[in-house]
Design a protein around this ligand. Structure first.
Ligand code: MF3
Ligand code: CO
Length: 254
């Protein structure tokens, strides 16, 4: 897998900043009564205004029933990942995960966040906070000289301690000129095992937890991944560069 030079890591910063700014903006505007397509349109306008390039739109891996129809993944309540930006109208209390990646000046960054629309509930707040804490722990473990399993174990431990469902079929990944590169970054694992973490490795770390069990189902569209038991799910993701000085979060929001 390709390690980035310090200059290349620096060149990825504008992509990271752009992704962060779009997610912050979406979080600010998302409210009851808006559709998921409204959010997608807003992000698309920001992409055009920045001269960026969507890496979602038209993306068509073998599992998709159709090419990806938007620039965002918008996953509501029991949808955990890859929810399509549809005409669904957001309701008070909805748990919304937004996942966004795009290419800026030839480099990609990828990030996701989850929040509740309007009224919050203790159940969703705890799930979201635990997912964010797992992301922070995974980032803290992304140290040069460590192993991939350090990240995976840090994430998995926090999810399990919260009593949440975790499914390792989907996880993080390398990021570079394209969205999905080697290596895979699992959300479950054992510390001190797996790939050595060397400076120049840039990865998306992305815990996603389910309030219920470990099972998931996929909609007929081939994209939308939902909890098997209908419980809510949360997802948090940052693109992180492992440098000699430690992890640098390229998609940090202020
Ligand atoms: N950004 C997602 C991830 O974290 C993948 C989105 S797939 C797409 O890996 F098809 F929706 F683009
Ligand atoms: Co990702």
């Amino acid at each position: 897998m390709a390690l980035k030079t310090p200059a290349e890591v620096n060149a990825m910063r504008p992509a990271g900043k752009f992704i962060a700014s779009v997610l912050s903006s979406l979080r600010d505007i998302a409210r009851e009564g808006m559709t998921l397509k409204d959010l997608d349109r807003h992000a698309h306008q920001m992409i055009d205004a920045a001269g960026a390039h969507s890496v979602y739109l038209g993306y068509h891996p073998s599992f998709g029933a159709m090419p990806y129809p938007g620039v965002l993944c918008t996953s509501v309540n029991d949808a955990a990942l890859h929810g399509l930006p549809s005409d669904y109208v957001l309701r008070d209390g909805d748990v919304l995960s937004i996942d966004f990646a795009a290419q800026v000046q030839g480099w990609v960054a990828d990030s996701a966040l989850t929040f509740q629309i309007g009224t919050t509930t203790p159940e969703a707040t705890k799930l979201i906070e635990t997912t964010e804490r797992a992301l922070a722990a995974g980032i803290a473990a992304a140290k040069p000289g460590g192993r991939m399993g350090d990240i995976s174990e840090a994430i998995g431990k926090i999810g399990r301690a919260g009593g949440y469902g975790i499914n390792a079929d989907f996880g993080g990944h390398g990021v570079g000129r394209t969205m999905h590169e080697d290596p895979h970054v699992p959300n479950l694992g054992r510390a001190r095992t797996g790939l050595k973490l060397n400076p120049g490795l840039v990865i998306a770390i992305e815990p996603w937890f389910m309030a219920g069990g470990d099972g998931y189902v996929i909609d007929p569209d081939g994209w939308t991944i939902r909890t098997a038991d209908g419980s809510i799910a949360a997802h948090a993701e940052h693109t992180v560069a492992i440098t000699r000085d430690g992890p640098v979060v390229l998609t940090a929001r202020d």
